[in-house]
Design a protein around this ligand. Sequence first.
Ligand code: FAD
Length: 358
Amino acid sequence: MDDIIIIGGGIAGVSIAARISKFMKVTLLEREDSLGYHASGRSAAVFLKDYGNNIVKALNHASCDYLEKANGGVLSPRGLLMLGSMRDNDSFTAESQKLGLTQVSLKEAKLKFPLLNPQTTKHAAYREDIFDLDTDLFLQNFLREAKKNNTQVKTKSEVYEIIFQNNYWKIRTQNGEYSGRVLINASGAWVDEIAILAGIPPINFTPYRRSVARVPVPGAEDPSTWPLLLGVNEAWYAKPDAGALIVSPAEEELVSPQDAWAEDLTLAEGIDRFQQFIVPRITSISSNWAGLRTFSPDRSLVIGPSKENSNFFWFGGQGGYGFQTAAAASQLAMELLLGKQPSLPSDIVRALAPGRFN
Ligand SMILES: Cc1cc2nc3c(=O)[nH]c(=O)nc-3n(C[C@H](O)[C@H](O)[C@H](O)COP(=O)(O)OP(=O)(O)OC[C@H]3O[C@@H](n4cnc5c(N)ncnc54)[C@H](O)[C@@H]3O)c2cc1C
């Protein structure tokens, strides 16, 4: 029997496996053939320190040091440029301040992003300390650590039955049976489904789809030094990515847990909103994808033991911040599992605890 069984091989499951396997015997179960197949393979790979509610921001800030330094670091400079049109006259200042941006002239903005259309763009604001986050390297670093500590990683292992008996969990997958003392639910969009299988009341998580189109850079310029580009109220965003641009309508489409895909109309909407701020025409999409951003009812992560059964540990609701919060979130999960005093302030720990929901 193991000490810990983790369900979910995304950034949440792999990061907590790395942390806790130093102290306990761990098995990680993932349904798909490979790790990071769902949300964790579909992100925009950005680290935006001041993105999310105050609880999420506390996790972002507490993750900074690890993201910058651990295993040589996973961040590289990107910058963020918010663009607004005449329609945004009333909201631009407040929106840009929310993300800690400073207003810049259109001339400065065009130097940073040469495709900018000065006829339609009326406002610009910029922040330097926004980073690309190498999500694959980050996940692989955690995985290496987990394996070094003898974590058993089982892919193609969909959990379909969970029984709690004599104080331990018996977990059936299509690839075998596992047992452990503590079950960590890190199953992304499926967290409520796993809870129900385990006889724990669901928290009412909501998976929202977000779509991304990869487009050739119009005018064939080299985009590598351009910043992340963002519309007011997160109406769209665009980012240089391996010589191309990724463009998202930043939608939040409520869906059931699933292998998400992008709809043509949604992708076109995102491109249309971005197109309004640039001169050359975007004429084609080279590839696209969608992923699920899964939120708890108050949009903060849920980290801690269930009040119904303290051997069931919630690690869900990573929303749109699963990578940028992973270092601090997994640290907190480890401290709680080991019964140690959390390094985060107690009000933050309480705001992340599952017990806050009735
Ligand atoms: C378009 C987009 C852009 C994003 N941009 C960013 C960003 O810039 N920065 C950032 O920090 N975050 C971003 N995110 C959010 C981030 O990707 C997620 O928060 C994070 O990946 C969630 O990780 P997870 O491990 O909780 O979920 P997942 O990666 O979905 O992993 C959960 C795993 O559980 C497995 N599972 C479920 N049920 C079972 C079962 N019964 N048996 C076995 N396994 C099971 C699934 O197969 C899945 O692999 C973005 C997300 C999207 C979609």
